[in-house]
Design a protein. Structure first.
Length: 78
């Protein structure tokens, strides 16, 4: 939990064989306010998601859309 968000994000991208990871991110929801946040890849996860959560849920989501998907190198990313 002291690991940077980047560690988990890179592991997810490796698992998915995703090379063009810049368009994606990990999202979590604050339990009390139901506000959604992007996991900051440069900050420790325990400072973001919260230690009070027993089983935190993070979602792999599209963070940016490209105006021209044909410019993407991988079919998987499109």
């Amino acid at each position: 939990a002291k690991a940077l968000g980047r560690v988990l994000f890179e592991q997810v991208c490796r698992q998915l064989n995703l090379l063009e990871a810049d368009y994606f991110g990990l999202e979590y929801q604050e339990v009390s306010t139901h506000t959604k946040y992007w996991l900051d890849l440069e900050k420790p996860m325990n400072r973001q998601v919260g230690l009070s959560l027993i089983d935190p849920v993070l979602r792999f989501c599209i963070k940016f859309y490209t105006p021209d998907p044909a410019q993407l190198e991988e079919e998987y990313t499109r």
